[in-house]
Design a protein around this ligand. Structure first.
Ligand code: C2E
Ligand code: CA
Ligand code: CA
Ligand code: CA
Length: 278
């Protein structure tokens, strides 16, 4: 009963807290959080839609202030403005790649690790060395790492960004175009950047928008993406209906609340990893 009450109120607590704290305060709190290791990564399973077997995870950052979770949609933009995202992003890359190495020690089949990169990180060369060094240090297979970028990131400083993305791709990592089908979608991004994977935004799933028009849009998009030999991941798969449509349209991988939300690593491991006998 106590935890239920907490959930009911946390939305209001969070709203009040965000309003109360100016961006400046949040910025200072973000600095403290980084210094004191108050960030945490959670892992959302990515599944093969047909076999419903685990194929990988997406790392999603979590931050709690006085026991209240602040959504990354709120604090990432502030971290981007102050460029703190460079340090936070580096921490995310290090943690996720280290975790990838641990997870694959304990799992019979190789699983992939998807890591979100901010537009700001894609205008700074240092990210290439960070990734390179982590791959070496943790001795992981680079092609199991997928870097998720959004189309907004591609239009900020396209010349600089394309070089950095190409360098990351040359390290052997996969590049994934996130939130496809929203915002600034432009088909030209699919050939002017070295994209391997397209993640279809949750707003195109039937559980979100169930009109015939959206279904046709989705099926047309998927035919087009397949003809370009891109791997297709659907996110926001929440219902059996969503999953069935993904299977029918030939989506390669699915992710969403139908399977699980992003989980703390110990919960994830208990639920998804067939641990090797030690
Ligand atoms: P995103 O990369 O598009 O991540 C997917 C978001 O959808 C996550 O929200 C996830 O928890 C949520 N989600 C997963 N399955 C479902 C579903 O079935 N239905 C619905 N409605 N939502 C679902 P989250 O964790 O709050 O992250 C929000 C955004 O914050 C992310 O969107 C990403 O843009 C950003 N973000 C999160 N972690 C990082 C990070 O480490 N670095 C950067 N740069 N951005 C991050
Ligand atoms: Ca993502
Ligand atoms: Ca997304
Ligand atoms: Ca998003």
């Amino acid at each position: 009963a106590k935890s239920k009450g907490r959930n009911q109120f946390s939305f209001f607590e969070e709203a009040m807290q965000v309003e109360f704290l100016s961006n400046f305060h949040i910025e200072n709190q973000l600095k403290e959080a980084l210094k004191n290791k108050h960030f945490n990564l959670h892992y959302q399973p990515v599944m093969d839609p047909k076999t419903q077997q685990l194929t990988g995870v997406e790392a999603l950052i979590r931050w709690e202030v006085d026991g209240v979770a602040i959504s990354p949609d709120k604090f990432i933009p502030i971290a981007e403005k102050s460029r703190l995202i460079l340090d936070i992003g580096q921490w995310v890359i290090e943690q996720a790649i280290k975790r990838l190495s641990d997870l694959n020690l304990n799992h019979s089949q190789s699983i992939t690790m998807a890591i979100n990169l901010s537009a700001v990180q894609l205008t700074n060369d240092s990210v290439i060395d960070v990734i390179h060094d982590c791959i070496k240090q943790y001795n992981v297979d680079a092609n199991l790492i997928e870097f998720e970028i959004t189309e907004t990131a591609l239009i900020v400083e396209p010349e600089k960004t394309v070089k950095i993305i190409q360098a990351i791709s040359d390290l052997g990592c996969k590049i994934s175009l996130d939130d496809f089908g929203t915002g600034f979608s432009s088909l030209s991004h699919l050939h002017s950047f070295p994209i391997d994977i397209v993640k279809i935004d949750k707003s195109l799933m039937p559980s979100y928008f169930s009109t015939e028009k959206v279904k046709k849009l989705l099926s047309g998009l998927i035919v087009m993406l397949k003809s370009l030999k891109l791997q297709i991941v659907a996110e926001g798969v929440e219902t059996q209906d969503d999953l069935d449509l993904c299977i029918n349209l030939g989506v390669d991988k699915v992710q969403g609340y139908f399977f699980d939300k992003a989980l703390p690593v110990d919960v994830f491991e208990r639920k998804y990893l067939q641990l090797n006998n030690k």
